[in-house]
Design a protein around this ligand. Structure first.
Ligand SMILES: [Zn+2]
Length: 85
């Protein structure tokens, strides 16, 4: 996969993407620390993309913090504290 991207970039722009950078991007992980929203909670969730992370975070909030209804405001707050690892 990385090889294909590198060679198509090379054809298109005449540049070579360093393999190390491509590998780094492929392993990029999103992190949600529940303590950023619920003080005192040590639960940390890792996922490969934000939508997957949101699903897991919402599942955790429901089961651990009895959050029944997720308002848009709370979802925005979750998205705001998601970090790239
Ligand atoms: Zn929590």
């Amino acid at each position: 996969m990385a090889q294909v991207q590198t060679s198509s970039l090379t054809r298109k722009y005449g540049v070579t993407m360093p393999h190390s950078l491509a590998a780094l991007e492929a392993r990029m992980v999103k992190v949600f620390e529940c303590g950023s929203v619920v003080p005192g909670c040590n639960h940390v969730i890792h996922a490969e993309d934000e939508s997957e992370l949101m699903v897991e975070a919402i599942r955790h909030l429901r089961s651990a913090h009895e959050v029944e209804h997720l308002t848009e405001r709370l979802k925005a707050r979750l998205r705001a504290v998601i970090k790239d690892e």
